[in-house]
Design a protein around this ligand. Structure first.
Ligand code: SF4
Length: 455
């Protein structure tokens, strides 16, 4: 169970935090500090350097940027298409991209984690899902223990598709639920009944997935505490292993379709806080451990166990108990983290494809992680996973940031101890704001999180 019980957040704390800027701002692009038009030779060098260490392990992030329609709240890198041949061409190019990368790695590294995200990965038909998995297995060392996971849109799922995914080795599945209230669903342009969710969930259980997760979103138009409570109660009845509860932030820069959401129908900052508070109270009351920022897991689930044992991590796939040395991203807009080098592929699908077909690694921008960045990354990871910041991580490098964080003690958000800062129960609701004290690196980290919250 979570070490942190839900707590009330006082109006004074809310007012103080409101002064500090937006709580849940998100970005769909890499931070401005990243170098544009990155020389792919630099990235090749990073890949070649890890080839020298065959015992180092990999996570693979696969981006499928296709959907059959656009949800109005969506800020993901995706494209609406009904052209199956285009998706076939995309997979063919992805095979080429993997070949380019694998050539540098010399095929010796175990893959411990593989995640299909998007877009809508289960928009691929059966033949495409099979082909994609075969491509990955041909290019990389997927081992019996590799954790294979996929994000699925329940509206595209079927018993046959779930059986196929399981037969291909996928053991964790996340279903995009968002909100079950019909009025909210109409306002976000995404209709899916509770019966549909129930049916797909039952099929996934029957299929035998090890873990089934639901994604919820709070802060949507027309959402009220009462309507969201109904959604939470219905979800608790189904008892998925994991639940993520993300905050919607209007980012019209990510797509003009978001203008179709009436900004006047969005909950206020304090109403958003109330919605998230409902989620925390309901889910922890139903026996879920609160994981880090915004995830909840049954205490039998690997995430809850990892948090309890102090080995919880967060990467662009989300919270995980699996630690790997490098993250390779494939597909348009995918982000990687390789040998101390953070990179993002071309976001435009056609540009990405043209570069791959020209025999080039399709990286568009990147950033070499320096010592200060690394410390910031460690600091953020400690805060969002372990809910504390050991003084030794900040010492001599992040002293100013540590001092600014310590000042939140007067707001009751952190507790100052001789060798660390601890996030209090109230402070946990403001973790994103607290992490933003680590400035530039947090921007990069936010952009990573953005990729796994779509379906
Ligand atoms: S929210 Fe998910 S399913 Fe909807 S358009 Fe975005 S990526 Fe596609």
């Amino acid at each position: 169970m979570s070490n942190f019980a839900p707590t009330e957040v006082s109006p004074q704390q809310l007012a103080r935090i409101a002064e500090l800027g937006p709580l849940y701002a998100q970005s769909s692009s890499a931070p401005a500090s990243w170098q544009e038009n990155l020389d792919s030779m630099e990235y090749e060098g990073a890949l070649r350097s890890i080839a020298q260490h065959p015992d180092e392990t990999l996570s693979l992030y696969i981006h499928i940027p296709f959907c059959p329609g656009r949800c109005l709240y969506c800020a993901c890198n995706t494209t609406v298409t009904h052209d199956t041949a285009w998706i076939d061409r995309y997979l063919e190019a992805m095979d080429q991209e993997m070949a380019l990368v694998a050539e540098h790695l010399q095929g010796q590294h175990d893959v411990l984690q593989l995640h299909l995200a998007g877009g809508t990965p289960n928009y691929l038909n059966d033949a495409q899902l099979t082909r994609l998995t075969e491509i990955i297995e041909r290019r990389f060392r997927v081992i019996p223990d590799t954790d294979l996971s996929i994000e699925c849109d329940p509206r595209r799922a079927s018993a046959g598709q779930l059986d196929l995914l399981h037969a291909l080795g996928y053991r964790r599945i996340t279903l995009g639920v968002q909100d079950l209230n019909p009025q909210v669903q109409r306002a976000i342009g995404r209709l899916q009944s509770i019966d549909l969710i129930r049916d797909v969930y039952a099929m996934a259980r029957e299929t035998g997935f090890d873990a089934i997760g639901f994604d919820l979103i709070y802060g949507l138009p027309e959402q009220t505490e009462a309507s969201f409570q109904d959604t939470l109660d219905a979800i608790v009845d189904l008892a998925p292993d994991r639940i993520s509860c993300f905050g919607y932030a209007r980012t019209t820069a990510s797509g003009t379709h978001q203008y179709a959401i009436d900004a006047h129908r969005l909950p206020s900052a304090s109403e958003r806080q109330g919605l998230f508070h409902r989620a925390v109270n309901t889910l922890t009351g139903a026996g879920y451990a609160w994981i880090g920022l915004d995830a909840f897991a049954l205490d039998t689930d690997e995430l809850a166990i990892a948090q309890e044992e102090g080995r919880l991590r967060r990467n662009c796939i989300g919270y995980t108990g699996i630690e790997t040395d490098h993250m390779l991203g494939f597909g348009s807009a995918a982000i990687g983290d390789v040998g101390g080098f953070c990179v993002q592929n071309e976001v435009d699908i056609n540009t990405w494809e043209a570069r791959v077909r020209g025999g080039e690694l399709p990286v568009a921008r990147g950033h070499r992680v320096g010592d200060r960045d690394r410390r910031r990354r460690d600091a953020i990871e400690h805060m969002i996973c372990n809910l504390e910041l050991p003084a030794e991580i900040a010492a001599g490098c992040l002293d100013d940031e540590y001092a600014r964080l310590a000042s939140y003690a007067s707001d009751g958000l952190v507790q100052v101890e001789p060798d660390r800062l601890r996030i209090t129960s109230s402070g946990r609701y403001f973790l994103r704001t607290l992490c933003s004290e680590h400035g530039a690196y947090f921007e990069w980290d936010r952009s990573r999180w953005h990729f796994s919250r779509s379906l």
